[in-house]
Design a protein around this ligand. Sequence first.
Ligand code: ADP
Ligand code: C5P
Length: 239
Amino acid sequence: GGIQSKTTSVPENNMQKQPFIIGVAGGAASGKTTVCDMIIEQLHDQRVVLVNMDSFYHSLTPAELTRVHEYNFDHPDAFDNEKLLSTVEMLRNGKAVDIPKYDFRSYKNSVSRRVNPSDVIILEGILIFHDPRIRDLMNMKIFVDTDADVRLARRIRRDTGEKGRDIGMVLDQYSKFVKPAFDDFILPTKKYADIIIPRGGDNHVAIDLIVQHIRTKLGQHDLCKIYPNLYVIHSTFQI
Ligand code: ADP
Ligand code: C5P
């Protein structure tokens, strides 16, 4: 009766394998991208996609552009959280999605890239744990914990180099916006992390453990492929 109809409502060829979603937060220049790249490198045999929160910065209006030094890029309102949420939901449901590329020089979104559904989705950004709706979609949450002086030193090097900015402006932005926002918005999200990685990309042990865990979780999904009944039993008991 009831159980029969429930089981037949899950066609075997339509067993949706939900991707494993990882969130990586931490201060600016803490080493988030480096950690993500190391995880991706080790998961080379899996389909992995990296979604950077930078892609969801609001584009600046002409008025804002004229006073760019007064704009707070470290505040939660600087990001289009609704778009980020819908993008993650699409990928989670196995749908391809276009993600814009953010240009730090023009302060605008430029051409989009097509992102295909994957087995592992890594969401990276300073405030990726801020919105509870996005946080709740994550299977694993990582916080990259790097000392403030190291972050500032790396930021100066990066922003005066690849972003072509003036050192005085980088320091002003840091004391006016970056440091206060880290204390007020980023650091308070550390409590949501499952794993806190000291020393970022230098911490090979932490990265190995994380990759092992992901592989274990992906392996559990694969069991459902080999033993489809496992899925049926599981879904019946969940109802
Ligand atoms: P985030 O994504 O948190 O902003 P990144 O991984 O992009 O941080 O690192 C910021 C800068 O610091 C980059 O220029 C990167 O090359 C450098 N960097 C990151 N990790 C290390 C490390 N362990 N040692 C030296 N430089 C690093
Ligand atoms: O890659 P990362 O996490 O370091 O990126 C976040 C940082 O980028 C923020 O600290 C923000 O101040 C900076 N940013 C910027 N200019 C922009 C957009 C973001 O300096 N146009």
